[in-house]
Ligand binder design. Structure first.
Ligand SMILES: *Cc1c(COP(=O)(O)O)cnc(C)c1O
Length: 345
C-alpha cells in the first residue's frame, strides 16, 4: 500500500504509518496500568512474543535501543567487555549507550556485511587475567542493518554460538529485523533464537507498528531487564494501546514481508542496470538496498529526488540506502526507478 502522503519514502522501514485496521485494534485495546502488571494487552503481546521466539518470558519496551541496552546491562558488570561486529547497530547507532549505561567496553570484530567468523571471535577473546577486561557477552545482528539487510547463514551462527559457549560467554541477538531473516531464509525465528540467551525484536520496523520492541529470555533474566527498564523510565502505564498495534502486526504483517523483499530485489535489479550505479543485486537478501553512485554525490541525488516525490537516505559521500516496507507498493518501485534513471544514467 502506497503511503497516504503520496511520497515514496525509501529512507527506512521505520516510517510506516498504522493501517486503518491496526488503528481500529489499537482504539479497541483493553488496557490497565502495566507497571502494576494490569494491562491485559501488553501481557498478551509479551506471551505471544516469548512463545514465537521459544523463550520463557518477554518484556515490552519503547524502542529497540532500550531493548538492546537493558539486555546488555542485565548481562554484564561495569568493566566487562562485549564483542560486537564493527558495524553493529549497538556500537554504531546507540549513542555510546554501552559505555554510558552499562560501563562496558566494546571490542569490535571485523565482519563481512555484518557477519563475522568463530575464528574472529576466538582471536578477540581475553584470557582470564587481572589485567584484562572480562570478555562477557557476544552481540550479533540478524538481519544486519549496515550490512544491507544481510541474513546470517545459520551454520555461521551455530559456529559462532558454539565458540561463545565454549568460552562461557553470553549471547545476545539484536533481532530488530529477525522477522525479515525468518521470511527470507524460511528458518523460523525460534530456531535462530534458540542459540541466544536474549533476543531483541522490533515491531516498528518491517512489521509496521508505530511503536515498540521486546526483549525475550529466561523468566529470571527478563525480571532483571524489567528493573533496568524502570530505571531508564521505560516502564509505561496504559500501554496496551500501543501493544495492540504490535499484536496486530504480528498477526497480519509477518508473511507479507516477502512482498517487501521482492520489491527490494526489483529495485536492485533496476538500479544495477543503470551505468551510474554500483550494486550487486545478489547481495539484496531482504528489504534493504545499498548502492554507490558514480556521477553525482549521494546527498545531491537525495535532494534531486525529493521534488520528484521519492526519498532515499544518503549514508556517506557516494552511498545510498533505500528500504522497502509496508507503505511501498510494487508500482511505487517502478515510479522510483523512473525518477532515478535520468539522474543516474
Ligand atoms: C532500528 C534498529 C534498532 C533499534 O532502533 P530504535 O530506533 O531504537 O527502535 C536496533 N537494532 C537494529 C539492527 C536496528 O536496525
Amino acid at each position: 500500500m502506497t503511503s497516504p502522503s503520496g511520497i515514496i519514502d525509501l529512507r527506512s522501514d521505520t516510517i510506516t504509518v498504522p493501517t486503518p485496521a491496526m488503528r481500529e485494534a489499537m482504539a479497541r485495546a483493553e488496557v490497565g496500568d502495566d507497571v502494576f502488571g494490569d494491562d491485559p494487552t501488553v501481557k498478551r503481546l509479551e506471551e505471544r512474543t516469548a512463545e514465537l521466539l521459544g523463550k520463557e518470558a518477554a518484556v515490552f519496551v519503547p524502542s529497540g535501543t532500550m531493548g538492546n541496552q537493558i539486555a546488555i546491562r542485565a548481562h554484564t558488570e561495569p568493566g566487562d567487555e562485549i564483542l560486537v561486529e564493527a558495524n553493529a547497530h549497538i556500537y554504531y547507532y546507540e549513542a555510546g549507550a554501552p559505555a554510558a549505561l552499562s560501563g562496558v567496553m566494546c571490542r569490535c570484530l571485523p565482519g563481512d556485511r555484518g557477519v563475522f567468523t568463530a575464528a574472529a571471535l576466538e582471536a578477540a577473546l581475553r584470557p582470564p587475567d587481572q589485567h584484562f577486561p572480562r570478555s562477557r557477552l557476544v552481540c550479533l545482528e540478524n538481519t544486519h542493518n549496515r550490512g544491507g539487510g544481510k541474513v546470517w547463514p545459520l551454520e555461521e551462527l551455530q559456529s559462532v554460538a558454539a565458540t561463545a559457549r565454549h568460552h562461557e560467554l553470553r549471547l545476545h541477538l539484536d533481532g530488530a529485523r529477525l522477522w525479515n531473516a525468518a521470511v527470507a531464509s524460511g528458518i523460523p525465528e525460534r530456531e535462530y533464537a534458540a542459540l541466544f540467551d536474549s533476543v531483541n525484536v522490533c515491531f516498528s520496523k518491517g512489521l509496521g507498528a508505530p511503536i515498540g520492541s521486546a526483549v525475550v529470555g529466561t523468566r529470571e533474566f527478563i525480571a532483571r531487564c524489567r528493573r533496568f527498564r524502570k530505571m531508564l523510565g521505560g516502564a509505561m502505564r496504559q500501554v496496551g494501546i500501543i501493544a495492540a498495534g504490535a499484536l496486530y502486526a504480528l498477526d497480519h504483517h509477518r508473511d507479507r514481508l516477502a512482498e517487501d523483499h521482492a520489491n527490494a530485489r526489483r529495485l536492485a535489479e533496476g538500479l544495477a542496470a543503470l551505468p551510474g550505479v554500483e550494486l550487486r543485486p545478489g547481495e539484496v537478501e531482504t528489504n534493504i538496498v545499498l548502492f554507490r553512485v558514480r556521477r553525482l554525490k549521494a546527498a545531491d541525488l537525495a535532494a534531486q529526488l525529493e521534488p520528484r516525490g521519492v526519498r532515499v537516505l544518503a549514508l556517506g559521500p557516494d552511498r545510498i540506502r533505500a528500504v522497502t516496507h509496508l507503505n511501498v507498493s510494487a508500482a511505487d518501485i517502478e515510479h522510483a526507478l523512473a525518477a532515478m534513471a535520468p539522474l543516474l544514467r
